[in-house]
Ligand binder design. Structure first.
Ligand code: PBG
Length: 330
């Protein structure tokens, strides 16, 4: 009987050895917490399809943001949920300085200054009566170039409100270039762009629709990428870089780890990945049924996204995971 001298198991024998040889890890600074702030509520409102995540009041938003800062979380991405009465075909509440998202950004920047990177979702879908990420033409199609004009207004309003970084998530062609020009023209040269570079149309955004009270009927397949396509992400990367993206993103994360690895290999700028609402919901629901170990599944999911190449991970578990890391219970 031949006996193997090479025993990979030697490096798995104890937690200390495993820790020593781990190729990737997660740090609080690499995590970004997405948050929702809603108009017209006086207590945080639970999102039923995302147990543990809420639509915030201004006060609960500030408290959650301070907790994230205390745990050393790297950034926060803010989404606004307006009253239905404030939605219109153009999404004009998004560039109103007194709109829910811009008020939220201002409050966070006033409280936190430069202690954490404050990011704004730059997209019309929460603000349009039809729920699309852009304005519609006469035939009901999303009009790319007319949408860009609105993104420019929205982006400048968000920078005026104190956002350090904008996250254009609408997948309009040219959105990075138009936002860069608009920010520069308004004197916001230092506000950076976290481009949603490879964003795929996905049913895993389902719970997010509840989270933002979306009015969408139908889907976003004419502007978000087709899940069959891998190579196309590199084309989107090239364009976003040429237009001035400071950071690029792949989204969703777990069904697109191959795309994430490709983008990470090719990108000269930092790469983020967004562990989206459906990913959160699946792990949470399975754990609530007793079918998986929740905390271990969260850790594995975050590690897998880091291993595939993400420098930055947007996750609804950012504060909780940072707490584990800080207290040695990861
Ligand atoms: C669009 C946007 C979406 C998400 C972030 N920005 C929804 C969509 O594209 O349909 C999804 C985030 C999540 O599911 O957690 N503004």
């Amino acid at each position: 009987m031949t006996f193997p001298h090479v025993r990979p198991r030697r490096l798995r024998t104890t937690p200390a050895v495993r820790r020593l040889v781990a190729e990737v890890s997660v740090e609080p600074r690499q995590l970004v917490l997405p948050m929702f702030v809603r108009d017209g509520i006086d207590a945080p409102l639970p999102i039923s399809s995302m147990p543990g995540v809420v639509q915030h009041t201004p006060d609960s938003l500030r408290a959650a943001a301070e907790e994230a800062v205390r745990e050393g979380v790297g950034g926060m991405m803010l989404f606004g949920v307006p009253d239905d009465a404030d939605k219109d075909a153009e999404g004009s509440a998004s560039w109103n300085p007194d709109g829910v998202l811009n008020r939220g950004l201002r409050a966070l920047r006033d409280d936190l200054g430069d202690d954490i990177v404050i990011m704004a979702d730059t997209c019309l879908d929460e603000f349009t009566s039809h729920g699309h990420c852009g304005v519609l033409d006469g035939a009901g199609r999303v009009d790319n170039d007319a949408t860009l004009e609105r993104y420019a207004l929205m982006g400048v309003a968000q920078a005026d409100a104190g956002a350090h970084m904008l996250g254009p998530s609408g997948m309009m062609d040219g959105q990075i270039g138009v936002l860069r020009s608009a920010l520069d023209a308004a004197g916001h040269q230092d506000v950076s762009l976290f481009a949603y570079t490879a964003k795929y149309a996905s049913p895993f955004y389902g719970p997010f629709r509840e989270a933002v009270g979306s009015s969408l009927q139908g889907d976003r397949r004419t502007y978000q990428q087709d899940s069959a396509n891998r190579r196309e992400a590199l084309r989107e990367l090239e364009l976003d870089l040429a237009e001035g993206a400071d950071i690029v993103m792949v989204k969703p994360a777990m069904s697109y780890l191959d795309v994430l690895a490709d983008v990470a290999a090719a990108s000269p700028v930092p790469v983020g990945a967004y562990q989206i609402s459906g990913e959160y919901a699946m792990i949470t629901a399975a754990a609530q049924n007793g079918w998986i170990d929740r905390d271990a599944a969260i850790r594995e999911s975050l590690l897998s996204i880091r291993r595939a190449g993400a420098d930055i991970v947007l996750t609804y578990w950012a504060t909780e995971a940072a707490g584990w890391l800080n207290r040695g219970t990861w």
